[in-house]
Design a protein around this ligand. Structure first.
Ligand code: NAP
Length: 266
């Protein structure tokens, strides 16, 4: 049995949709005070209301879910987010730097603007938000930074995602140095590397795409957003206090087959 995270303050950037929303749901169910972020206020407020329970502000386990608008690629927005969270809860224990974008562009057609955008949100954004919360994480005594990286970049490649893959691998380099710098403050810095996760965005790609993806995964299903949330929750527990600078792949075994033939079971 792990020590409960109930009552701890947890920030999930990009918690208004997809994987971030799943992470927020898992922490809220565990009784944490969860603050989700995103740029679209209508989507963010609706998600907070949904996660907190129909019309209420408290989760079943006594926590709460609220929303703060902000662009992670802006230092000013990250500072304002930290001010709002500290104003509401007096501190912060866990920062899930999850917000990310994955526009597709071949290397041949990729513009300088495409590269700046992806690196600006995925890498700079993950640095800025953690910087903004450093005083609070140090004061927490059990500060946790949990990055949402990806199997794409650190382990695999996918056409159209040279900039995205580079950004997700860069997050792991950042993680290792931050883990060393922050260890004296008892702050751990780890990453979750999702495989193919069933999010709202995936449904628009259609059933055929989904079936092809499922066939390439040993577990024969896409991941649920809560699969990522559960890994993040473990990294946030007191029992994970000695794990830092590490990454957990959550992909149903997707990176394991050495060739398509490995998926043809006898
Ligand atoms: P998603 O459904 O598109 O959600 C992205 C979230 O990030 C939204 O809440 C979005 O809200 C927010 N966001 C985007 N740009 C932002 C910015 N500049 N500032 C603040 N918030 C921003 O994406 P997802 O699939 O859940 O992906 C979440 C993370 O998981 C990303 O880091 C992604 O690289 C990673 N990942 C996803 C998968 C997958 O299968 N889905 C696999 C591996 C890794 P707004 O648009 O309102 O700002």
């Amino acid at each position: 049995m792990f020590t409960p995270v109930a009552g701890r303050t947890v920030v999930v950037t990009g918690g208004s949709r997809g994987i971030g929303k799943g992470i927020a749901r898992v922490f809220a169910a565990a009784g944490a005070n969860v603050v989700i972020t995103g740029r679209d206020g209508a989507v963010g407020r609706a998600a907070a209301k949904e996660l907190a329970g129909a019309g209420g502000s408290g989760s079943a386990a006594g926590g709460s879910v609220s929303y703060v608008a902000g662009d992670v690629s802006s230092a000013a927005d990250s500072a304002r987010l930290a001010d709002e969270v500290l104003g509401r809860f007096g501190g912060c224990d866990v920062v899930c730097a999850n917000a990310g974008i994955f526009p597709s562009a071949s290397l041949e057609t990729m513009t300088e603007g495409d590269i700046d955008l992806v690196l600006g949100v995925n890498v700079k954004g993950a640095l800025l938000v953690v910087q903004a919360f450093l005083p609070a994480l140090k004061a927490s005594g059990h500060g946790r930074v949990i990055l949402t990286s990806s199997i794409t970049g650190p382990f695999t490649g996918f056409p159209g995602w040279a900039h995205y893959g580079a950004s997700k691998a860069a997050m792991l380099s950042y993680m290792r140095t931050a883990a060393i710098e922050l260890a004296p403050h008892r702050i751990t810095v780890n990453a979750v590397l999702p495989g193919n996760i069933a999010t709202e965005g995936l449904t628009v790609l259609g059933d055929a795409y989904q079936a092809a993806m499922e066939a390439s995964i040993p577990m024969r299903r896409l991941g649920e957003v809560e699969d990522i949330g559960n890994a993040a929750l473990f990294l946030a527990t007191d029992e994970a206090a000695y794990i830092t600078g590490q990454s957990i792949v959550v992909d149903g075994g997707q990176i394991l087959p050495e060739s398509p033939a490995a998926m043809d079971l006898p």
